[in-house]
Design a binder for this molecule. Structure first.
Ligand code: SF4
Length: 412
């Protein structure tokens, strides 16, 4: 039961600011901030941005040639890191859209490659000019990372993304050197596995990036039900693909508690190195709660905080907000919070909604010890290291231990 404390509201940072301020903030975070000047017209049923009211955004007008020159010169003023890929899409202070719907997007991608020495990564549901893109990839080897959001090629496509490019067009995008990774998901029997077969026949070099989608707040109930159905079929679908032995590299993005299981040894050794006492209260979402409850029961007070801000089925510690934590507070005077909660794109010691650690402590009176070792880098590195299809099938689907793990309750 929560105690009566003021709701934590983020400090608004864009109020009264011009749109170039937004562009600069995005670029300081490694983004190439094109704007369509409107909401995403593709209107995918599964879009995670259907309700993004948890964070402050300000959408600039449609990017003009003048804006583009400003963007290019600002990016050029930044030092070049050969490991960095500037990201076209996935903004923080602007609503996400498919940026390849901007009529100048292809031309500006070419400008970027020609007038900077930096790399670029982008994702789209496929609105690209096919011959141009294949040509650019050949002309600028190693500088483009293109993640094609296939989502599904089967019968659910029309229902989930009626305004997306046709399958015929996607096949042309896939047929050539451009696509680095194709992502698609399990929704039913023979959805993800069929797509893997089709994609691998056309392109053996792109990474097959698969898994299931997690419902979040704002997604319609019937769409959420389809996502949950996909989760049930994921093990069988993954085994079909594994047994088929395609030459492509593979990656599985599954529920975060499964990812936690696949990384259980490292999570436990990291937990042990924190030297926590039994009475210490440690904030965590369902994913880590489940694993620590199985392997380190009663070694500390594992405090399961639901991801109320993002809602849906999210249970990921890195996506918790201070407001989620505030809602769960009882008589706690001191709590331990993993650093990944306060490493969002909105700034240091700030959560995904824009509330700072300082505001949390001031308004709740609760003291916080930050668990510095549990940071975003740790979470991301682990996710990719153990995220292959092989690992998922051998260490989860075919591991007898995972059945006990599945049965463990999530709540505290
Ligand atoms: S194309 Fe991307 S941003 Fe646009 S609605 Fe679909 S998922 Fe959302």
């Amino acid at each position: 039961m929560g105690r009566a404390l003021p709701v934590l509201e983020p400090t608004l940072v864009l109020k009264g600011k011009g749109h170039r301020e937004v562009l600069k903030r995005e670029m300081d975070a490694g983004k190439i901030p094109l704007s369509l000047g409107k909401n995403c017209p593709v209107k995918c049923e599964f879009c995670y941005e259907l309700d993004h009211s948890y964070r402050e955004t300000l959408d600039p007008p449609k990017t003009t040639q003048d804006d583009w020159e400003f963007i290019l010169s600002y990016i050029n003023s930044k030092p070049t890191d050969p490991m960095q890929f500037w990201c076209l899409g996935g903004n923080e202070y602007m609503e996400w859209t498919d940026l390849f719907l901007h009529p100048k997007a292809m031309e500006w991608v070419e400008d970027f490659l020609q007038h900077t020495d930096k790399n670029i990564t982008f994702f789209t549901v496929g609105f690209v000019h096919v011959p141009k893109l294949h040509q650019l990839v050949e002309q600028y080897p190693g500088r483009i990372n293109f993640e094609l959001s296939v989502i599904t090629l089967g019968s659910y496509r029309e229902r989930l993304m009626p305004h997306a490019p046709s399958i015929t067009h996607l096949m042309k995008v896939l047929d050539g050197p451009a696509v680095s990774a194709a992502n698609f998901y399990s929704f039913d029997h023979h959805t993800m596995s069929k797509d893997a077969e089709v994609i691998s026949q056309i392109n053996q070099k792109c990474v097959l990036w698969m898994g299931c989608l997690t419902p979040v707040r704002g997604i319609k109930e019937e769409t959420a039900a389809l996502m949950r159905q996909g989760r049930q079929y994921l093990p069988a679908e993954a085994m079909r693909i594994y047994d088929a032995g395609y030459p492509n590299l593979t990656s599985i993005h599954t529920e975060s508690y499964v990812t936690a299981f696949l990384n259980r040894k490292r999570i436990m050794s990291l937990f042990d190195s924190l030297e926590l006492e039994k009475q210490d209260t440690v904030v965590m979402a369902g994913n880590v709660y489940k694993i620590l409850n199985m392997y380190r029961k009663n070694r500390a007070r594992f405090w399961h905080v639901p991801n109320a801000t993002l809602g849906g089925d999210t249970d990921c510690t890195g996506l918790l907000t201070f407001e989620d934590i505030r809602k769960r507070l009882g008589n706690e005077k001191r709590i331990h919070i993993p650093k990944c909660v306060m490493e969002s794109g909105r700034g240091p010691y700030t959560d995904i909604a824009g509330v700072t650690l300082e505001e949390f402590m001031k308004k709740t009176g609760v003291k916080v010890r930050i668990l510095h070792k549990i940071d975003t880098k740790f979470a991301n590195t682990r996710l990719y290291r153990n995220g292959s299809l092989k690992n998922f099938v051998e260490d989860y689907v075919r591991n007898p231990l995972s059945a006990d793990y599945e049965r463990l309750p999530l709540s505290a």
